[in-house]
Ligand binder design. Structure first.
Ligand code: GDP
Ligand code: MN
Length: 380
């Protein structure tokens, strides 16, 4: 789950990180009020689930409440990488002497929590990773032992932090690690972490991605969800009780079971296509679920063919086939449909599909199904 900068900053503050506390405004007038209360120069920052706000005009300084109102008016409604700004964070303007990058990620490859730092902070860290990867220093902490002081110091030395600042920097690295573990994050980032003109550390841009699967351990965090920022199709799917993840390909997938769904996506890739979604309709695949699933898949204009890959284990193929047929009578599908139905009562299921009168392409094996749907998607 993605959260906003100001929410991440509030979580970071619990762990002692030196964040720049601000207030959120939804109108220019509110921004002016906040600016007046804070006093002096303030920074106005678009709150959207996207980076690159600075470059997109979503971060501006204002020297007076009037200027804060005017600039907030410019930021509200901006489209930043497809995210429309509805809230602006008003915070004390920071006096930046040097910008660093500091991040923590769940590093499956290294089987630990990797802390990353760079003296090339402030800018797009993905860009640094591409063009100048040596500028990013990494240390991986063993999740059972936790981050050790010497590991945090290694990061500091690698980043070229001055000797006199190493201890205070190490404290920040450890706080970020604690925040990451304590909130069950999959990513925690400060970019930039700055040295101020008067020689202090300040975290002026906080980012956190929370692990959805761990949210049950943190009842308070669910409230940080911003539905306006989430994929509308995924929200619909959640309401319908379907596991749906939007992807970038052209082949819609309707599969029962998560494992079979993963294997189906692999088979499509292997056949030269690309899945448009992950969708596990569950064991039953009733006509209601089929209709809801088709609606989710067809909401994506990129979809040029759909593959049903259904295994009748506990569920029976004839019941599922009837669900598919009932579903297809309720919703118009203009793209080719490939169906693979296998398992308990498969003959009966195939007969129902055959006699339904719908124009369905059938397949027996997984690879045949994948090849047929890839061909159909390409119009072959
Ligand atoms: P991002 O572009 O979405 O990552 O947004 P950031 O919050 O990181 O802001 C982008 C850049 O704006 C930072 O790297 C800073 O250079 C600058 N910036 C942000 N806040 C302040 C501030 O309070 N004072 C000054 N002078 N610059 C700031
Ligand atoms: Mn940033």
């Amino acid at each position: 789950m993605n959260i906003h900068e100001y929410q991440a900053a509030e979580l970071f503050a619990k762990y002692g990180l030196p964040i720049n506390p601000g207030r959120v405004a939804r109108t220019p007038e509110e921004a002016a009020e906040h600016a007046r209360a804070i006093g002096g120069t303030v920074v106005l920052k678009a709150q959207v689930h996207s980076g690159g706000r600075g470059k997109a005009g979503g971060v501006k300084l204002a020297k007076s409440p009037e200027e804060a109102a005017e600039k907030t008016g410019q930021i509200l409604g901006l489209d930043i990488r497809g995210h429309i700004v509805q809230q602006v964070l008003v915070a004390p303007g920071a006096d930046i002497a040097k910008e660093y990058y500091l991040g923590a990620i769940l590093d499956r490859e290294a089987r630990g929590i990797t802390m990353m730092g760079s003296a090339e902070g402030g800018v797009d860290i993905e860009e640094v990773a591409r063009t100048n990867p040596e500028a990013i220093i990494k240390v991986t902490a063993d999740p059972l032992l936790g981050l050790q002081d010497y590991e945090a110091r290694e990061l500091a030395f690698g980043m070229g932090i001055e000797a006199a600042e190493v201890n205070s920097f190490v404290a920040i690295v450890k706080q970020l690690y604690s925040a990451f573990v304590g909130e069950d994050a999959s990513l925690a980032e400060i970019n930039p972490l700055i040295r101020t003109g008067d020689g202090k550390w300040a975290a002026i841009d906080s980012k956190m991605v929370l692990d959805d699967s761990a949210l049950y351990r943190h009842p308070g965090l669910e409230g940080l969800r911003d539905l306006a920022e989430e994929n509308p199709t995924e929200i619909e799917a959640k309401k319908a009780g379907l596991a749906f993840v939007k992807l970038d390909g052209e082949i819609g997938c309707m599969v029962n079971g998560a494992g079979l769904s993963m294997a189906t996506m692999d088979a499509i890739k292997f056949a030269g296509g690309s899945p448009a979604n992950f969708l596990d309709v569950g064991g039953g695949a009733t006509s209601k679920q089929v209709v809801q699933g088709l609606q989710l898949i067809l909401a994506d204009p990129n979809v040029t063919a759909i593959l049903f890959n259904i295994f009748g284990g506990i569920a029976r193929c004839d019941v599922i086939a009837q669900g598919i047929v009932d579903g297809l009578t309720q919703i118009e599908v203009k793209v080719p449909l490939v169906v693979r139905l296998l398992g308990t009562n498969q003959e009966e299921g195939r007969r129902i599909l055959r006699e339904s009168g719908f124009d369905l392409i059938t397949a027996d094996t997984m690879s045949e199904a994948a090849q047929k749907v890839v061909a159909a998607a390409a119009g072959r």
